[in-house]
Design a binder for this molecule. Structure first.
Ligand SMILES: Cc1ncc(COP(=O)(O)O)c(C=O)c1O
Length: 389
């Protein structure tokens, strides 16, 4: 029986330039790199990748990944393979963290605004979510300290996106990273640092990952990395970096023992991609392409919106975060925009508090430069007509 079941997560209406999806560009998917790596992997006659994998992850993948991370300028630290654990992407790693490290009713903290599905993941584990303020430099560590000291809050963990925040694009400065780690030790909570955009930097490298300031055996930081943003999300491959005692908790989880390491076969494939030098090449290509697209979107926003929106050009990652100082409600405005052939993610999606209705998020990775320019032009036209009634 033929069905019309979808094949992809993106669902874009006919004729609409949808700047809402934070997905990579189809044109830049590394088909040739994956084909060459698969040929090399399969032609060796090694059947190990087809067996249940080790619970921590396929050893050769973890070793290759550790070497790869250790030579990244944006890591600036030596990564020990024993501190890594194979995940099926950051989302799965975060979900498993809740299973292993939190109990129903625990308080957990998120930045406000934050990655729009994370509150849903925490809610599915019956956790009680509290929000911490952010500013143009990311998490407001003073506000966090105040909640801990003066409100007596004792969270199980805080979830943060330190580099090229989703949706705001901000980068947490080094001093705040260090203070966050100090607070985690002083008040005994974990820092879940979602660092999936760490390597998507443009002209300058961001500060080192939060875990580089918390790398001892009693470290309280769990860093989440992913191949979704640097290779391909369809592979469903990522990693966690943490102190060995934390890694052991993941490796000893019943689900890992039952099924073996997550996405074992795909991790063997990714190991080949890295060994062949194709990952370095791919990331280099993505940085150039995304930086050019960010330039194109920046120019388009300036020329079509003039001064009618506030925003900062991101220095890496995927997103522009626009504010309408006149107070335009982006939830009400969305259907009108879609009728005119453009879409976006309204600001209130990024906090379940319902705030940020005068913001919206645009992504520049999915489309080519000409389409970005046209999408922004349509958006500015509809916004102008919406404001004038
Ligand atoms: C901050 C953040 N974390 C995690 C993810 C999803 O990562 P993965 O594909 O590795 O599950 C995304 C995807 O947009 C993201 O923006």
């Amino acid at each position: 029986m033929k069905t019309r079941l979808p094949s992809l997560l993106v669902d874009i209406k006919e004729g609409v330039i949808d700047l809402g999806w934070g997905h990579p560009s189809p044109r830049l998917h590394p088909l040739e790199a994956v084909r060459a790596a698969a040929d090399r992997l399969l032609s060796r006659g090694d059947t190990e990748p087809l067996q249940y994998g080790a619970t921590q992850g396929y050893g050769p993948y973890l070793e290759t990944l550790a070497e790869f991370l250790s030579r990244q300028e944006s890591y600036g630290m030596s990564v020990d393979p024993r501190s890594l654990f194979l995940t099926a992407g950051a989302s799965q790693g975060l979900d498993l963290t809740c299973t292993l490290f939190a109990r129903e009713g625990d308080t957990v903290l998120v930045e406000e605004p934050t990655y729009f599905v994370i509150e849903g993941i925490f809610r599915a584990h019956h956790l009680s979510v509290r929000r911490v303020l952010t500013d143009k430099n990311g998490l407001d560590v003073d506000a966090l300290e105040d909640m801990l000291e003066n409100e007596g809050l004792r969270p199980r963990f805080i979830y943060t996106i330190p580099s090229y925040h989703n949706p705001t694009g901000t980068v947490l400065p080094e001093d705040r990273r260090k203070r966050l780690v100090e607070l985690a030790h002083r008040f005994d909570f974990l820092v879940l640092a979602d660092e999936v955009y760490q390597m998507i930097h443009f002209a300058h490298v961001p500060p080192k990952p939060v875990i580089s300031f918390d790398s001892g055996p009693d470290g309280r930081t769990i860093s989440y990395g992913s191949f979704s943003k640097i290779l391909s999300p369809g592979l469903r491959i990522g990693w966690i970096q943490a102190a060995p005692t934390i890694v052991d908790r993941f490796a000893d989880a019943a689900v890992t023992f039952s099924g073996g390491g997550f996405n074992h076969f795909a991790s063997a494939l990714v190991k080949e991609v890295i060994d062949m030098g194709l990952l370095d090449e791919n990331i280099g290509r993505l940085r150039v392409a995304y930086s050019e697209r960010a330039d194109a979107m920046d120019l388009a926003i300036r020329s079509h919106f003039g001064g009618s929106v506030d925003f900062c050009k991101p220095s890496g990652g995927y997103y522009f975060w626009l504010r309408f100082p006149g107070g335009l409600d982006t939830v009400e405005f969305l259907p009108r925009a879609e009728q005119q052939g453009v879409s976006f993610r309204p600001g209130n999606a990024f906090s379940e508090s319902g705030r940020f209705t005068d913001f919206l998020r645009l992504t520049y990775t999915l489309y080519e430069k000409e389409e970005l320019e046209e999408g922004v032009r349509r958006l500015a036209d509809v916004a102008a007509s919406f404001v004038s009634g």
